[in-house]
Every structure is written in structure tokens, then in C-alpha cells.
Design a protein around this ligand. Structure first.
Ligand SMILES: NC(=O)c1ccc[n+]([C@@H]2O[C@H](COP(=O)([O-])OP(=O)(O)OC[C@H]3O[C@@H](n4cnc5c(N)ncnc54)[C@H](OP(=O)(O)O)[C@@H]3O)[C@@H](O)[C@H]2O)c1
Length: 282
């Protein structure tokens, strides 16, 4: 590893949990900072942490997409302005920042997979707060790397898989949308990529999209999940418009990952392989 110690902000979250494990396997020391003792919106705390860091991976985020709609100031503070200030302090102390972002910066109206050069156009508060963070980080002048991920699942987090498995136990039948398309991605694979990036001789400055290979609708993914686990709860397809939610969801979340595959020099596993590997660990 090019760095002896990695500082993880939001270090107790779902992605950070896998990152801690992968980093430990590769012999890297990790320092974690998270709520309640560390608040990224507290400038004094943030500056102190940056000053004491070699490299920072920012996994801290306001991730409650529904709640963000009625709490836009806090979403902007955590996902937007704090990330900008993180960049400013990092520029001052010469600390590289690897920041995690999301497919929700896009409106999902495009019919082809989203590349890094496609224009963002968020359609909910969470997405616009994450885009604000990306833009302020780029503007800060620090050495930055942004990895956008999508439809992530992992141990120790609430995600689509945990919700659907819980619903399968408590409901007689399920309806799942078949018009939202993306690539379910295991956080252990994201963690592997982050560590690969940190091991490079030259910090990979820029914006990258990362997701499992292939794409699938939420409905098809649920069918795959139930078939693999032998769950018999009936599932029928429905449309996003049938569900009343506070936040609008992008219909197409599918990423083009050619840029990151070229840098890594390897193919990303398919969503089916990633998901099977994850399910074997449950
Ligand atoms: N999950 C997905 O499907 C998905 C998809 C695309 C992108 N992402 C991105 O992936 C990254 C990692 O998210 P995740 O999935 O691991 O979510 P997560 O489990 O919610 O992790 C976020 C962490 O940040 C912490 N946090 C929240 N507010 C904070 C604050 N003010 N100061 C310090 N820490 C704070 C959270 O603490 P609390 O739990 O105490 O609030 C949590 O530990 C985020 O940038 C997210 O936007 C996630």
C-alpha cells in the first residue's frame, strides 16, 4: 500500500465495514471517525482529523433518501458543504481524498449506461446534495478521487436486499418495481477497488463509475434472490409510479465502467456472481 494508515470518515457505515476488513487483510492500518464522536459538519473536528491523516476515504454521508426530502439543509451540510470543506483542509495539508458518490446524481432518463462524462441532473434532495459535494470537492483544489457507486449491499447495513428479505418473511406476497434498472454491487468489491486505488504509486485523481457487470430490474433481482435462497413468497412486477414515495428515483442507474476497468486492468464480476458470493456468507 502506498499509504501506511488510511483514515475513514463514516467508518462504521455499511461500505466502511467492508473497507476496514479488506484493508486489514492487506496489512493497512485504519483510523475510523464516525457519529457520535465525530461529526463531519463540525469544522474544528474535521480540520483536526485532516491534519492528522495521510489519506482520507470519505464514506460519511446522509444516506436516508426519503428523509432527506424533508431535511434538505442537513443533507446539504453533510453531503455537500462538509465535503467542500474537507477538500479545502485536505488541499492545505496536502492529504489526498477518495470520496464516495452515487448514481443518484443522474435523473435516470438516459437509455444507455451512464459514463463519467454524462451531465448529472439529480431529481431528489439526496442526489443534489451528493452532487454539491462532488463539485465543491473538485473546486477545493485538493488531490481528489471520486468513485460513484450504485445499488450497494453489504453486511451490517440496511439495503434493498435486507428490506426485501424482511418483507418476504412478514408479507404473504410482494410487489417489486420492474422499471428501475441497475447493477446490485457488493460493498466488499467496492472496498477492494478502493484499496487497489490506494495501493497505486500515483493517486488516481478523477471521477470513476463502479458497479457490478450487467444490469437488472429490481423485480428480476428479487426473483434471482428468491430462487437462489429457495424463498417461495410470490412476487409480482409493478411500476415505480404505483408507489408513493417522498423522493423520486432514477429509473436507469446503469453505469458504464470502462474507465475504471481500464485503470484496474481487470474485468468487474457480474452482479449475479457478486450476489451469489454475498449470499453464501449469510
Ligand atoms: N447504499 C447505497 O445503495 C449507496 C448507493 C450509492 C452510493 N452510496 C454512497 O456510499 C457511501 C457509503 O454509504 P453506505 O452505503 O455505507 O451508508 P451508511 O451505512 O449510511 O454509511 C454512512 C455513514 O456515515 C455516517 N454519518 C452520517 N452523518 C454523519 C456526520 N454528520 N458525520 C460523520 N459521519 C456521518 C453514518 O452514521 P449514522 O449511521 O450514525 O448516521 C454512517 O456510519 C456514501 O457516500 C453513500 O452516499 C451508497
Amino acid at each position: 500500500m502506498a499509504f501506511g494508515t488510511v483514515t475513514i470518515l463514516g467508518g462504521r457505515g455499511m461500505l466502511a465495514g467492508d473497507l476496514r476488513q479488506v484493508a486489514a487483510r492487506r496489512g493497512v492500518k485504519v483510523k475510523i471517525h464516525d457519529l457520535p464522536e465525530f461529526d463531519i459538519t463540525d469544522d474544528w473536528q474535521l480540520k483536526k482529523v485532516v491534519a492528522e491523516s495521510e489519506v482520507i476515504v470519505n464514506c460519511a454521508a446522509y444516506t436516508n433518501v426519503e428523509k432527506a426530502e424533508s431535511d434538505p439543509e442537513m443533507a446539504d451540510q453533510v453531503n455537500g458543504f462538509s465535503v467542500g470543506r474537507l477538500g479545502e483542509y485536505a488541499a492545505g495539508y496536502d492529504v489526498p481524498v477518495l470520496h464516495i458518490s452515487t448514481d443518484f446524481v443522474f435523473d435516470g432518463a438516459q437509455e444507455t449506461p451512464y459514463c463519467e462524462t454524462d451531465e448529472p441532473n439529480p431529481i431528489n434532495v439526496y442526489g443534489s446534495s451528493k452532487l454539491l459535494g462532488e463539485r465543491l470537492l473538485v473546486k477545493s483544489g485538493c488531490e481528489y478521487c471520486i468513485i460513484r457507486v450504485q445499488w450497494t449491499y453489504g453486511k451490517g447495513g440496511v439495503n434493498f436486499i435486507t428490506k426485501i428479505l424482511k418483507a418476504a418473511k412478514t408479507q404473504e406476497s410482494l410487489q417489486v418495481v420492474d422499471d428501475q434498472v441497475g447493477a446490485p454491487t457488493h460493498t466488499a468489491e467496492v472496498a477492494r477497488v478502493i484499496c487497489d486505488f490506494l495501493e497505486r504509486d500515483v493517486f488516481p485523481v478523477g471521477l470513476y463509475h463502479f458497479a457490478a457487470e450487467g444490469s437488472v430490474s429490481r423485480y428480476e433481482m428479487t426473483r434471482f434472490l428468491f430462487e437462489t435462497l429457495g424463498i417461495k413468497t410470490p412476487v409480482t412486477p409493478c411500476k415505480t409510479a404505483d408507489f408513493k414515495t417522498a423522493a423520486r428515483r432514477p429509473l436507469n442507474s446503469h453505469f458504464c465502467c470502462e474507465k475504471i476497468e481500464t485503470l484496474l486492468g481487470r474485468k468487474i464480476p457480474t452482479w449475479q456472481n457478486m450476489l451469489k458470493t454475498y449470499l453464501e456468507t449469510l
